[in-house]
Write a protein that binds this ligand. Structure first.
Ligand code: G3H
Length: 498
């Protein structure tokens, strides 16, 4: 507690920061001697500036060396060895990283462990996928005397920025494929979930050649913006919000040169049809909307329920929500935990007030009550299109329920939405579902039948339409997102010897 974490990674060396630092507070509040609660100071972290950011960029540029560097020209199997070594070293830090996940972002112990283990799996699955990709593209016969190889090569220097809700998993879903394909990187951890990178700095330094990974700490506008302004970044890889993504892109002077890999907002809906198995629908919708307090891009953020079943649905839904245990991340059975963003309770309460003013009610006990950094889930009903919560991505414990008469009402809302990540459909009748699925596959990128929206397993494509994403992430797709194919065509010569 309260330690100053001074290390950062530049040009293969762990450097010690002597400049300004900022305090990192926990989502969890602790009590002082007077019995008053206040946020827990977890540590201090460097606040690096433009000059430091540009040194990190220079280091990544030198390691890439316009594609001639050791890393981008290295044989795939050698790069794989580095990534495997990194995964071995990372696995040794499980306890420390899991503790940081709980303390920094308030994720429950089982979910923190899952995030860590899933990230290690992602790394090994990426390696397996790359071996397969490499095997397939090894040798082609174009015609009788021309042999060819398709080489998959890196794009250049990648600036990588991850989100606070999955600061390990989602960040590494960008970083690892970018690295393994031969790109060099500058990586700035998320604002919350930043300390958990510190136990991994050694692993990065040991596993990768100098300059290939550079890790900076600081404010986005002071480190990421100056890097973009140089125009020397080839890929902006970001999971977060479109406001930051747009602002960062706008600083790059050569827009056409900048490749984007972006995971952005979503407002995933559920449609509960009159012939749904209501018990199942409720279970899935509670999990889908409130796991990790609703702070998942894949969370269900609006529930459309047919008017014939809405009363029964609401009754069962509220019973389940009221039974959810809240507490500290390591306590047994806890589902609802403190929110890491200090301004989130106020934002959530603003959304609730707006809905109440426009005719909704909170239908569960304690809905919206704030206790330190806990916010009790608010189930709002009836919600309509005039309310902010109908449009805005709440990314927190608020569940809007909208009743409908005709299924075209939710379909219209989905078609007109700015977002298009996933949808959940609940019905026991395949004939009811079939035409709905035909429409939904053109709106979103994953249609879940009788189950909540979710990302995993991570080998599945993870993508969105409209404002929800640019490019696709998954073990398979990310390797392609961070690389380009080049054909090597060779006449009268056996390429296996090249
Ligand atoms: O916030 C977006 C995450 O990738 C969601 O993953 O659906 O497995 O919780 P999840």
């Amino acid at each position: 507690k309260g330690l100053t974490y001074r290390h950062y990674l530049l040009n293969g060396e762990l450097k010690i920061w002597e400049g300004e630092t900022s305090e990192v507070y926990s989502a969890i509040q602790t009590r002082n001697q007077n019995g008053e609660y206040s946020p827990t100071l977890l540590g201090k972290i460097p606040v690096m500036k433009e000059r430091d950011a540009l040194l990190a960029l220079d280091s990544a540029l030198a390691a890439f060396d316009n594609g001639r560097g050791t890393w981008p020209t290295m044989r795939v199997e050698e790069r794989i060895k580095c990534v495997e070594r990194f995964a071995e070293l990372m696995a040794q830090k499980r306890t420390e990283v899991v503790n940081f996940l709980m303390w920094e972002i308030g994720k429950t112990l089982p979910d923190s462990e899952k995030e860590f283990d899933r990230t290690i799996d992602y790394i090994y699955d990426t390696i397996a996928e790359l071996k397969e990709l490499d095997r397939k593209s090894a040798r082609l016969e174009l015609n009788s005397d021309v042999y060819a190889q398709i080489r998959r090569g890196p794009l250049g220097v990648v600036l990588c920025l991850g989100p606070y809700n999955y600061p390990l998993n989602e960040t590494f879903c960008l970083l690892i494929p970018a690295l393994i394909m031969g790109n060099t990187t500058v990586f700035k951890p998320a604002k919350f979930g930043v300390l958990l990178i510190t136990p991994l700095l050694d692993a990065f330094a040991e596993a990768f050649p100098k300059g290939v990974v550079n890790i900076l700490f600081g404010r986005g506008r002071e480190v990421a913006t100056p890097i973009l302004k140089t125009g020397k970044i080839d890929v902006l890889a970001l999971i977060g919000n479109s406001k930051s993504a747009n602002a960062l892109q706008s600083h790059h002077p050569k827009k056409n040169r900048l490749r984007l890999v972006l995971g952005l907002e979503a407002k995933n809906p559920a449609i509960v049809l009159p012939d749904a198995d209501l018990k199942l629908a409720v279970e899935e919708c509670v999990l889908g909307s409130l796991s990790y307090n609703g702070q998942r891009c894949t969370a269900l953020k609006m529930l459309f329920v047919h008017e014939d079943v809405v009363d029964e649905f609401n009754k069962l839904f509220v019973e389940k929500v009221e039974a959810l245990q809240y507490g500290l991340p390591w306590e047994n059975g806890v589902k609802l935990t403190p929110l890491p963003e200090p301004d989130k309770p106020e934002y959530i309460n603003g959304l609730i007030d707006d809905a109440l003013k426009n005719g909704a009610k909170i239908i569960n006990a304690k809905g919206g009550l704030t206790d330190r950094s806990f916010v009790f889930p608010a189930v709002l009903y009836p919600v309509n299109a005039k309310m902010r919560v109908f449009e805005e991505e709440q990314f927190g414990p608020v569940v809007p329920i909208i009743s409908f008469k005709d299924v075209n009402e939710p379909i219209d809302a989905i078609v007109n939405s700015d977002y298009g990540q996933q949808v959940s459909l609940f019905s026991t009748n395949a004939d009811t579902l079939a035409p709905l699925i035909d429409v939904m596959v053109n709106q979103v990128c994953r249609v879940n039948i009788n189950s909540q929206c979710q990302r995993g397993p991570d080998v599945y494509p993870f993508v969105g339409r409209k404002d929800s994403a640019v490019s696709t992430l998954s073990v398979h797709d990310a390797l392609r997102s961070f690389s380009i194919r080049t054909l090597v065509a060779c006449k009268n010569m056996n390429l296996n010897k090249v």
